[in-house]
Design a protein around this ligand. Structure first.
Ligand code: ADP
Length: 461
């Protein structure tokens, strides 16, 4: 790979992750370019970049950030060297990665080929199998005939989870407890997948009872060097979407942790993975783990990994795209042993949602916004300031709060104190709900599984 130094980087994204990218660039002496939609003309991310340009005039609010040709043409015109896609929007769009490179703009992420090998969950399961890593028992191919689904049910029993091959963000997923739910679920998951991802393919997996979601952060350079940054526990979920994440897990014996992280590297190696990625597993009640998918991008919850390892993952992503080696002094990871884990970190996603009304998104003006601060707290905020307009057009993430402590209990106490310090008025938030989660004895014991929120309705009060 040809090494080059970036002078200017564009974030093809909005909100907190665009700001996270700009900060990493500024630290590296790289100038920054923001794009924003009409609806985001007062949003914070555009003011955090050295240059900002409106895109998607006349388009729907989401589509503004999906206009591949317009974004690349703008990047060329403004002499941008590289584009960071963040997460969501174009982050896993192989065509976008390909077109960036074809236009002489570096794509800060894995190659289009790697994205294709992992973007489809059915394909990713085959990668894991080829690497010798266990997957959840499931169908090898998408379901094209109802009979194949019924045969799977006969062999494995219920419950079964129907999943969109192209799925993400918990969409295109259904749990079936009997034949009727299976047949109905196939239809509805497939139409939801077609609408959300343009691909109706669905496949089946055995639905594990009360698993934990454990994922491993990996990072590779363009020369085949690959390391992991240990795991995150993302079991606290609502509708299969993460709400609170922490690192490291409290549920992994040392030998299991080693095996899990080694298996994550095997999967990444299988596709010659480059840049930052996450290998996701489910850990069952017996302590066995199974691969579910690999996400070829930076994730929302990367902050907790940065806090326990003291490493800057977004900076590393940029340096790798410049052609640096992991062992180069700027990245400074000569080998796996150079990644040390210290203490515990927890992240809470504060959203503008009303827990009292089934987490319906709330909108309006933030009449008051006072955030927390202080020892052990890190904030990654999107559009969070007094006077900010919270619109219905984008996701409801307001600010990510991460805490760090030498022990898990200390990190939890700092998080509790931090959540109490917030004052947000004018728009409803989930802060009270998050406080209930992180002070709950099951959480403090590190024992939450993916059913925790459903099993504890008292959290909503
Ligand atoms: P997405 O890409 O939409 O996020 P994932 O495959 O990563 O979907 O799964 C999201 C969540 O759904 C998991 O963290 C877990 O809570 C639940 N889930 C997925 N597959 C299974 C399974 N086979 N058994 C039990 N729960 C599952």
């Amino acid at each position: 790979m040809e090494a080059r130094k970036f002078r200017k980087v564009m974030a093809a994204n909005r909100g907190e992750i665009a700001i996270r990218i700009f900060r990493a660039c500024t630290e590296l002496g790289i100038s920054t370019v923001a794009i924003y939609s009409e609806e985001d003309k007062l949003s914070l991310h555009r003011y955090k970049a050295d240059e900002a340009y409106q895109v998607g005039k006349g388009k729907a609010p989401i589509d503004a950030y999906l206009g591949i040709d317009e974004i690349i043409a703008l990047a060329k015109k403004r002499e941008v060297d590289a584009i960071h896609p963040g997460y969501g929007f174009l982050a896993e769009n192989a065509e976008f990665a390909e077109k960036c490179e074809a236009n002489g703009i570096a794509f800060i992420g894995p190659t289009a080929e790697m994205q294709r090998a992992l973007g489809d969950k059915v394909a990713a399961r085959k990668v894991a199998k080829a690497a010798g890593v266990a997957t959840v028992p499931g169908t090898e191919e998408p379901i094209t005939h109802e009979e194949d689904a019924l045969i799977f049910a006969k062999n494995h029993g219920y419950p079964i989870i129907i999943k969109a091959a192209a799925g993400g963000g918990g969409r295109g997923m259904r749990v079936a407890n009997d034949k009727k739910e299976l047949l109905e679920g196939l239809q509805s998951a497939s139409s939801e997948a077609k609408a959300a991802f343009g691909d109706p393919s669905v496949f089946l997996e055995r639905y594990l009872k009360n698993p934990k979601h454990i994922e491993v952060q990996v990072l590779g350079d363009a020369y085949g060097n690959l390391v992991h940054f240990y795991e995150r526990d993302c079991s606290i979920q609502r509708r299969h979407q993460k709400v609170v994440e922490f690192a490291p897990s409290l549920a992994l014996p040392g030998a299991t942790r080693l095996a899990l992280c080694t298996d994550a590297l095997k999967i990444a190696n299988q596709v010659g993975y480059r840049n930052a990625g996450t290998v996701e597993f489910l850990l069952d009640e017996e302590g066995k783990y199974y691969f579910i998918e690999m996400n070829p991008r930076i994730q929302v919850e990367h902050t907790v990994t940065e806090m326990i390892t003291g490493r800057n993952l977004v900076q590393a992503q940029i340096l790798i795209a410049e052609g640096k080696r992991l062992s180069d002094p700027e990245i400074n990871i000569p080998n796996q042993g150079s990644i040390e884990m210290r203490g515990y970190a927890i992240q809470c996603r504060i959203t503008t949602e009303d827990p009292g009304n089934n987490f319906a998104p709330d909108f309006g003006t933030l009449t008051t916004y006072r955030s927390s601060a202080g020892c052990g707290v890190r904030l990654d905020a999107g559009n969070a300031f007094t006077g900010s307009q919270i619109t219905p057009h984008y996701d409801s993430l307001l600010v990510k709060v991460s805490s760090w402590g030498l022990t898990f209990a200390e990190a939890a106490h700092i998080m509790d104190r931090s959540l109490q310090e917030f004052r947000v008025r004018g728009v409803k938030t989930n802060i009270g709900f998050l406080e209930n989660v992180i002070t709950h004895p099951v959480f403090l014991a590190g024992e939450c599984n993916t059913s925790f929120i459903d099993q504890h309705p008292e959290l909503l009060v």
